[in-house]
Design a protein around this ligand. Structure first.
Ligand SMILES: Cc1ncc(COP(=O)(O)O)c(C=O)c1O
Length: 469
């Protein structure tokens, strides 16, 4: 950490953030006029999910499934073997994942939430509890769907946007111990740790916290699973911030992380560097057999799990590439640079920046818009209207709820700028910063929204808004 409290990821004498790759294939993106974007927003009822990709210049809605694949991944895809059973591609995929994680059983799935559904429908039920640092929304929903309870136990700093802590994704071990002590035998089928902690701002978990969580869970006979979507970014944060890891490779650190646990769910759409795919890994042979039976019912035979052979090949190659140190250094520094520049403009940002995204505290930026008028939604609309940049609302539209007819607002109104992997260049990031600067100057003129249509669950995907005049 530098004396100013900032972690710096560049090394050597030059400060320019350079992409450790060159471009072989390009995809045009389209500049539109402000009038066109105003019309698009009206038609989309101001919901970012309802905007068509052709109308977006820079898409920062998500880092999931949006990575650019490498020439080696495309080459590997040509080797894809689509045999229904025993495909060659499966065995290459399995060898790569086993080498990385050390788990005895590897089960491919079409994406992360499929792994979650299969795991939780197998091991959870009514009256059970699954603790985590912070459950991602699909993880929580899949646990609750079985009748079990999903409990978030992140450390207090993890809930304070401005608190600077190197590992804000850590689980609170005292709270976890209290929960495990109080639980009846068998009531906690497993404990999870999400690395990095997406819903908490992409914040990492330290190896020490992983080690202590593992020991605590095992003392209570509870298996520990990783939600491993961003394992490589977490590993690099450990290298940069945790004593004793500076000289280790990201691969060594990742191996150590996985080997402290008994299994994982994985969306390969993040650190697998692919556009679709995931897997479930575990050591327990009985659970694995039950999961495979369910997989056959809904995803496919256990040697393809809902994926084509080429997808398995691309994941195997992606998992190797994501641990490249030059890539990880560039990745984390590029995200940090965006957060630094937005902070310098005056945006209240979640600090320190996470691995895959930066988050603006829209409630603090727009105090004239109360939470029930969706300040984060207002900022998302402004980024799109003025610069063609799509961002994501993580606030009242996503987490607000109604209980007994009463509106309960979300704890925070954040706007997430998630950075797709290897898809945009530093000049795209500089363009986003220029748009941010422009929108910042207009902040006092931004207006709130009210809802005209919404679904009873996961309303943010289809919610419709109208600006308040
Ligand atoms: C931490 C975390 N877990 C699980 C998932 C679900 O993965 P998928 O979108 O592949 O179903 C996501 C997706 O964003 C995630 O960020």
């Amino acid at each position: 950490m530098t004396p100013t409290g900032v972690w710096r990821y560049t090394s050597g004498m030059f400060q320019t953030i350079i992409e450790p790759f060159k471009i072989k294939v390009v995809e045009p993106i389209r500049m539109t006029t402000q009038e066109e974007r105003q019309a698009v927003l009206r038609q989309a009822r101001y919901n970012m999910f309802a905007i068509r990709a052709k109308d977006i210049l820079i898409d920062l809605l998500t880092d999931s499934g949006t990575a650019a694949m490498s020439s080696e991944q495309w080459a590997a895809m040509m080797r894809g073997d689509n045999a229904y059973a025993g495909s060659n591609s499966f065995y290459r995929f399995e060898a790569e994942v086993t080498g990385l994680t050390g788990y005895a059983h590897i089960i491919p799935t079409h994406q992360g939430r499929a792994a979650e559904r299969i795991l939780f429908s197998t091991v959870c039920g009514k009256g059970q509890i699954v603790p985590n640092n912070t459950h991602f929304d699909t993880t929580r929903a899949n646990i609750e769907h079985t009748g079990a309870e999903a409990v978030d136990l992140v450390i207090p700093e993890g809930k304070q946007p401005q608190a600077r802590h190197p590992f804000k994704g850590n689980i609170d071990l005292m709270k976890l111990e209290a929960l495990l002590k109080e639980a009846k035998p068998g009531q906690v089928p497993l404990c999870m740790l999400t690395v990095t902690n997406n819903s908490g701002g992409g914040q990492p978990v330290s190896m020490q916290n992983l080690r202590e969580t593992s020991a605590l869970c095992h003392r209570h006979g509870v298996p520990l699973f990783l939600d491993a979507c961003r394992f490589a970014e977490n590993a690099y944060f450990i290298k940069l911030r945790e004593p004793g890891y500076r000289d280790k490779t990201p691969a060594d650190i990742a191996h150590e992380m996985f080997r402290l646990t008994d299994g994982c769910t994985m969306s390969a759409k993040k650190d697998g560097l692919v556009n679709i795919g995931g897997f479930l890994g575990m050591n327990d042979a009985v659970w694995a057999q039950q999961c495979r039976n369910l997989l056959i019912l809904t995803e496919g035979f256990p040697t393809y799990g809902g994926l084509a052979g080429r997808d398995l090949e691309a994941i195997a190659q992606g998992l190797r590439e994501v641990l490249d140190e030059d890539y990880l250094r560039y990745r984390l520094r590029s995200v940090e640079y965006l957060a630094e520049r937005m902070t310098a403009i005056g945006y209240p940002m979640v600090q320190p920046p996470g691995g895959h995204a930066v988050y603006v505290d829209a409630r603090a930026l727009l105090p004239h818009i109360p939470p029930n008028q969706f300040p984060a939604q207002s900022l998302c609309s402004a980024f799109y209207e003025h610069g063609g940049v799509r961002t994501g609302e993580i606030g009242n539209a996503m987490f607000g709820r109604t209980e007994n007819g009463e509106e309960i607002p979300a704890d925070m109104d954040l706007v997430r700028l998630a950075i797709p992997r290897r898809a945009y260049t530093q000049s795209h990031i500089d363009y986003v910063i220029e748009v941010a600067e422009h929108v910042f100057k207009l902040r006092e003129s931004l207006r709130g929204f009210h809802v005209i249509e919404q679904a009873p669950v996961l309303r943010h995907f289809t919610i419709e808004f109208e600006p308040i005049p």
